[in-house]
Structure formats: structure tokens, C-alpha cells
Design a protein around this ligand. Structure first.
Ligand code: F6P
Ligand code: MG
Length: 490
């Protein structure tokens, strides 16, 4: 590797989106959690529209109040004057329940080791990527704390209200895309030429890319029209020049070559892995990509890598996929937006059946490994990694996968180590050991954070100038979600 490795983004790095996030956005996210648990506690019957139907017991209520207190305390620590509070280690009990929290303690101990008290990690001066992930894992410990008395909370998803209501508002996007796939694409897949297949591959990669623009942590006040504007096919066409790096063709050529060589080695299967990001419209767009890859016989299996706990507000868990399929078959879920009272939407119903059939036949599989909610970045996803989970995941993917697609911004931050790279740094270099490894990596990211690499010379300068016309910080163009990149390395 040439050149030195820059430091990671920090919560106190002046005029960065990271600093703004730590100071302004985290307290808002925590307040939303507090509001949502308050809402759940005020309806013990759990029979509201997006509730789970569980009736809260006396213990559930007591533990619920405790969780609410814990959330309030955490918010206070992160906010305002107490922003300088040290980031605490996870205690023994927490680690017994979730053993991978040890990796967080190791990180903190390494960071603090040998530093004077005044320089130890606080919410204010901490590493942005680490403290952000830590915050979501800390929130989760509150829900796990009283497992024996109130197990209900251990599987409670504090972000569920938000996930479900945004899926509802995505009706226009999911309906349009389902119809397009079922009526225009699927019936023709066995008659199309190689070059048409290539074009469609690029189209579905682009759909999965912009699916990442629907992010609940950034879109909390979005209206139905805002969401429509992001999700429709017209908006994809309009935004083609907003894809600043586009390696989709390179990934297509790589995948074609892989499929050709496995076809000749008889019986060998081709698998594409998708390291997912958000629930709702985004995972739906990933499922559409999977349908295309499978129905066109390009690959034999698609494996979805999901989160094992509520994470980064909108990230998708197995239960969210189950709910999405259920919602697609429901006569009421979308009725407010579809205008069809108490009628199942036949298009969404059919799409749900297509997905379920592939799940039944084992062509779509799911995995929720704890590695995806670790604080470790993907420089640990490598053949000689000292991170046990990173090593295990690398070996698994290297052995079984023909292409690994990383969705979204947080995965991009983890791929590049969330470091302060010059924005023209090569994609390969920013990936560290993973870039030198054998794993084929495709990142589909709408840009929502400070880290940015692989830009052609002059592009950043131009966009900074453009953004500065209407915004305080020109360099924040790449935190707005309005631009995107498709980066490939093999
Ligand atoms: O703080 C910004 C942020 O919340 C990041 O944590 C994360 O990188 C991103 O936004 C979430 O976006 P995505 O869902 O695309 O990973
Ligand atoms: Mg996310």
C-alpha cells in the first residue's frame, strides 16, 4: 500500500457532518426512542396499528419505565454539558448476555491505554464510527437488561413504528417497481439478448443503489411527496449524472466471467451476497435485484446479510423482511395510500409470492451474523484478520460468494475505515486489506457522511463550490444523500 493511512473522523472534528451528527442528530434520535417507548407504555394492550398485540404485564411496565429512564440518561450524557462524559465500558453482566460487546471494550481499552484522564474517549472527542455504533449497542443493552423478568423487551424493536410507517408511505414506489418487474421484466427474461441482460443488470443495480436514499435517520420529517420523489423511475433517470463513480459495468463483466466459469465446472453454484442496509423500500429494492438475478438464471443463490438487533434506526432485521411480506399481502396495510379499502393489492401480493417461492426453494437465504453489528470496520474482513468474527466472515464469503454487494452509507464508512482520505484516493487503497484480498466487493452508496474516495480529480472542488452557494459547508455535499457512487474492486 502506498502513502500513509489517515486518522478516522472524530466527533469533535470542526465543521464535519460527524460533529453535527454527534451534537445534534443523536439527541434527536434518542428523543424519538423515548417518545416511541412512551407511546408503547401508554397503550399496554398493544393493539395500535403498528403494535405487536402483546399485552404488557406489570413487570413489562416497570421494566419499560426503567428503559425509558436509561434512554433519558444516555441522551443527557450525549447532549449539552455532559457531552464530555467518558464513554463507559460494558459491564460483566452485559457482556455475558452479548459476548461480542467485548470487542467494544477492547477498542475502548486500546484507545484509552496510556492516555491521561483528560484525553480518554468521551462522547465529545470519540471516534465517530465507533461511538455511533456503540450508542446503538448501548441502547440495546437497556432492552436486554431484565431478560428474566420481562423477556418481552429483549425482542422489542424501538424503531419499528418508524420503519412501518415509512414503508406505508413508500406505497407508490413499491407498487410501481413491483408492476415493472412482474409485467415488463419477468415475462421477457428468457427471450432477451446478452446486451439487454447487461442493460437490465445495470438498471437493477441502480434501483438498489437509489433504494438507499430512503433512510429513516435522515428522513424523519419527509412527506409522502418527498418519498415519492426519491423512489420513482423518473427520479432515477433524472439522477443518472449524480452517480459520480459508476463501476457497475466492471462488476457485470466480473460476474459474467464467474458465472461462465462455474457453468463449465459442472454442478458449481454462483452466489451473490448482499450485505443489506435499511428496511422498507431499500430492502425491497434489494429483493427486486435478487429476483432479477435469480429469474434470469444469472446466479443460483442470493444471500441476504441482515442485522441481528435494532440498529442505526432503519437497518433491516429478519423480522422486518417477514413483516414486509406480510404487509404486501395485507388488505389494509397500504389502503390509506393505495385508495383501495380492504382489498389486497394483487401486484404486491404476487410479488410477495415470487419472493416466498425463492425462499422456499432455498434460492434466497438470510443470515444475521453478529459481525454486522460489531464496531469493527471492514479492514477486519480479511484473510489474516485478528478479529475472530471478521476472519470467520471473510473465510465464509471468500469460499461461497461470487460477488459481495455492500449497501448504503454505513457499510461504505466501514469499508473505507471512515478515515479522512483525500477524496481522490483510489477505492482499492481505501479498502485496506480487503482491497488486496480475493473478495469481489461492490459498494452501492448514496453519500451521507464525510468520507469520500475514488473521485476523479476536480469533481470534489466543483461540488464543494456548488454546495457552498446555498449551504454553510461546501464539503457537506457528500452528506446530503443527493449524490451516489457504485464502486467495485476484485
Ligand atoms: O450519521 C449519519 C448516518 O446516520 C450514519 O451513521 C450512516 O452512515 C448513515 O447516516 C446512515 O445511512 P445508511 O442507512 O445509508 O447506512
Ligand atoms: Mg442504515
Amino acid at each position: 500500500m502506498t502513502g500513509s493511512i489517515p486518522p478516522v473522523f472524530k466527533n469533535d472534528l470542526k465543521d464535519t457532518f460527524g460533529q453535527y451528527t454527534a451534537e445534534v442528530r443523536w439527541p434527536i434520535i434518542l428523543q424519538n426512542c423515548i417518545d416511541d417507548i412512551t407511546k408503547r407504555l401508554s397503550n399496554p394492550a398493544g393493539d395500535d396499528e403498528n403494535d405487536d398485540g402483546h399485552v404488557l404485564s406489570v413487570q413489562d411496565k416497570q421494566v419499560g419505565e426503567q428503559i425509558k429512564n436509561d434512554l433519558q440518561k444516555l441522551r443527557e450524557q450525549i447532549k449539552n454539558k455532559s457531552h464530555e462524559t467518558k464513554v463507559p465500558l460494558f459491564n460483566k453482566d452485559e457482556i455475558t448476555k452479548e459476548q461480542d460487546l467485548q470487542v467494544f471494550n477492547d477498542y475502548l481499552n486500546d484507545y484509552n491505554n496510556g492516555k491521561p484522564e483528560s484525553q480518554k474517549m468521551t462522547w465529545k472527542n470519540g471516534d465517530w464510527l465507533f461511538t455511533e455504533i456503540y450508542m446503538y449497542r448501548r441502547i440495546h443493552t437497556f432492552f436486554m437488561a431484565n431478560e428474566s423478568v420481562a423477556p418481552y423487551w429483549c425482542t422489542f424493536d424501538i424503531f419499528n413504528y418508524l420503519k412501518q410507517s415509512t414503508l406505508k408511505s413508500s406505497y407508490f414506489g413499491v407498487h410501481e417497481l413491483s408492476k415493472f418487474y412482474l409485467q415488463t421484466i419477468k415475462p421477457n427474461l428468457n427471450k432477451i439478448s446478452e446486451s439487454e441482460l447487461e442493460e437490465l443488470y445495470e438498471e437493477f443495480i441502480t434501483i438498489a443503489l437509489w433504494g438507499n436514499a430512503t433512510d429513516l435517520s435522515l428522513l424523519t420529517n419527509a412527506t409522502m411527496d418527498d418519498i415519492k420523489a426519491i423512489q420513482g423511475s423518473d427520479s432515477r433517470k433524472k439522477n443518472i449524472e449524480k452517480i459520480l463513480v459508476n463501476d457497475s459495468l466492471k462488476s457485470w463483466e466480473y460476474l459474467k466471467q464467474k458465472t461462465a466459469s462455474s457453468a463449465s465446472a459442472s454442478g458449481q453454484k454462483t452466489k451473490v451476497d448482499i450485505v443489506c442496509d435499511n428496511s422498507g423500500f431499500e430492502v425491497f429494492s434489494d429483493l427486486i435485484l435478487a429476483l432479477f438475478l435469480l429469474d434470469s438464471n444469472l446466479v443460483s443463490t442470493v444471500e441476504f446479510h441482515l442485522k441481528n438487533l435494532p440498529y442505526m434506526v432503519s437497518d433491516v432485521m429478519m423480522k422486518d423482511v417477514d413483516l414486509l411480506l406480510k404487509d404486501f399481502e395485507s388488505p389494509v396495510f397500504f389502503s390509506q395510500h393505495s385508495g383501495n379499502e380492504n382489498t389486497v393489492d394483487p401486484v404486491l401480493y404476487e410479488l410477495s409470492q415470487c419472493i416466498k417461492n425463492h425462499i422456499k426453494s432455498g434460492k434466497i437465504i438470510f443470515n444475521s451474523h453478529r459481525y454486522w453489528t460489531s464496531c469493527a470496520d471492514y479492514w477486519t474482513l480479511a484473510p489474516d484478520s485478528t478479529d475472530a468474527d471478521g476472519l470467520e466472515m471473510y473465510n465464509y464469503l471468500a469460499k461461497t460468494s461470487s460477488l459481495v454487494i455492500f449497501k448504503g452509507d454505513l457499510n461504505y464508512r466501514k469499508l473505507t475505515g471512515d478515515r479522512q482520505w483525500p477524496r481522490t484516493t483510489s477505492w482499492k487503497q481505501s479498502l485496506g486489506p480487503l482491497g488486496q484480498s480475493k473478495l469481489p466487493v461492490l459498494s452501492l452508496r448514496t453519500c451521507k457522511a464525510d468520507v469520500m474516495v475514488a473521485l476523479p480529480k476536480g469533481v470534489d472542488e466543483k461540488l464543494c463550490e456548488l454546495w457552498a452557494k446555498d449551504n454553510e459547508h461546501g464539503s457537506w455535499w457528500c452528506t446530503s444523500g443527493k449524490w451516489a457512487v457504485i464502486c467495485f474492486n476484485a
